[in-house]
Design a protein around this ligand. Structure first.
Ligand code: FAD
Length: 397
């Protein structure tokens, strides 16, 4: 997007990409469907950033969600709004988004050089004068936009090289941390639940005796832990507590809409209506089968035991698990598995009005390499597109 904006006022724009093709990460977004942006209003949008959302006000004045959607719709790719105001292309394919961008680059005669990584910036009298590549090529330029991404999913090309280049020029780098990461669970029984997804559950995380965060949403069990939209969203706070050495526990309320008393009443009525049923048979109306097996194993109850043979105390223990299925968090997945990188080029060194560096004239930054990160829902791509668009326009003015 930065190169597209720059090419509206300059006929000499070069896009240098280290991969053999453009947009490798873009193709992975939204599970291959690309959650392009979010249809919520500006204030709600800014709140979804972990701390630095205010920095984006100027970029969003130039290109916010409606302008981004129009950019694609005007070029023939219609968008649709799904639950939680997430915006996707109607094709359900991120490749359609990439195709529009590539066509625009071609139309605006941007020269694309692939298989070439930038590893240093040439500066003369405090101003950009060119770049050097990893294959020994140099390029002269008056303006340079660095948009090399964060450090997660390194196989997509964003491996932090660009952040090192910025650091070498004197920009402060805010510590890089994983954002939106799956969490690893200590207890081995989690493996038996791999692939099971749960909707409308409440997660509550405690660090020591302190309640950290709690919310309702969707989650999925992985081979060694938990993931899914709700876990990813809450993970940023959890990772910070783990880093500080806290013992973090997660408790899943599988029936957040029912109080424990309501649940007890319903359960005991079912038990008295069907005394001959097995415990597993009764629980089928309440829980997914794989979770029933795990619960029964944890409480050492034979799966086919008749409900009438199970005493009241054990039944209550079972119901406690409905409202608080609990396990310990060992750590967050490594930064490579984070959907985004927290930290990056310090915003103190960048002008929000132009995206220009405050240290090197003619150098601009855009996208995830900046110390900006947001929740899932289309917020990160909008930030990357908007900062790229502003950097592109500023570089030619
Ligand atoms: C699995 C996954 C799914 C996601 N889904 C969504 C989603 O649906 N919606 C959303 O809003 N966000 C999503 N995100 C986050 C979003 O993809 C990123 O925030 C966004 O791609 C950042 O854009 P960027 O242009 O700054 O960096 P990137 O997309 O990482 O692009 C950086 C580019 O720079 C190139 N590069 C790196 N170093 C150099 C160098 N030294 N020289 C030359 N080129 C270099 C890289 O090869 C890469 O092509 C997702 C992330 C992941 C990992």
């Amino acid at each position: 997007m930065a190169a597209i904006a720059a090419s509206t006022g300059s006929s000499n724009v070069i896009l240098i990409e280290k991969n053999s093709s453009l947009g490798k990460k873009l193709l992975m977004t939204g599970k291959g469907r690309c959650n392009l942006t979010n249809d919520c209003d500006l204030e709600a949008f800014l709140q979804r950033f972990s701390k630095n959302g205010q920095f984006l006000r100027d970029s969003f004045k130039i290109m916010f969600n409606s302008q981004l959607v129009s950019f694609f719709e005007d070029r023939g790719l219609k968008m649709k709004v799904e639950r939680q105001k997430r915006v996707f292309p109607v094709t359900d394919r991120s490749s359609s988004v990439l195709r529009i961008l590539e066509n625009e680059l071609k139309k605006n005669k941007v020269k694309i050089i692939t298989d070439t990584g930038i590893n240093s910036v040439l500066v003369k009298d405090g101003k950009v004068s060119g770049v050097l590549s990893n294959i020994g090529r140099s390029f002269e330029c008056d303006s340079l936009i660095l948009a090399t991404g964060g450090v997660s999913y390194k196989n997509t090309g964003s491996d932090g090289e660009g952040i090192k280049v910025a650091e070498a020029l004197g920009h402060k780098i805010v510590q890089l941390r994983a954002g939106l990461v799956p969490l690893i669970v200590k207890q081995k029984f989690i493996k038996d639940l791999e692939g099971l997804s749960l909707k409308n559950i409440r997660l509550l995380f405690n660090a020591g005796k302190k309640k950290v965060i709690s919310d309702v949403g969707e989650m999925i069990f992985t081979k060694n832990g938990i993931s899914g939209p709700l876990v990813l969203t809450l993970s940023c706070s959890i990772v910070d507590f783990l880093k500080d050495g806290y013992h973090v526990n997660c408790s899943v309320d599988l029936k957040p809409a029912l109080s424990k008393d309501q649940l007890l009443k319903r359960f005991f009525k079912d038990v008295s209506d069907h005394p001959k049923k097995s415990i597993k048979g009764i629980l089928k109306d309440y829980l997914p089968e794989r979770l029933i097996c795990t619960f029964l194993d944890l409480l050492n109850i034979p799966h086919e035991e008749k409900i009438s043979h199970i005493n009241r105390k054990v039944r209550e223990d079972l119901l406690d698990m409905f409202k608080g299925f609990s396990f310990d968090i060992e750590r967050g997945e490594s930064i490579d598995f984070g959907m985004i990188t927290q930290g990056g080029v310090s915003l103190k060194d960048v002008s929000p009005k132009t995206m220009e560096s405050r240290i090197v004239k003619g150098l601009y930054f855009a996208g995830e390499m900046l110390d900006i990160d947001a929740d899932t829902g289309g917020f990160n791509l909008q930030a990357a597109f908007s900062t790229g668009f502003l950097a592109g326009l500023s570089s030619i003015s």
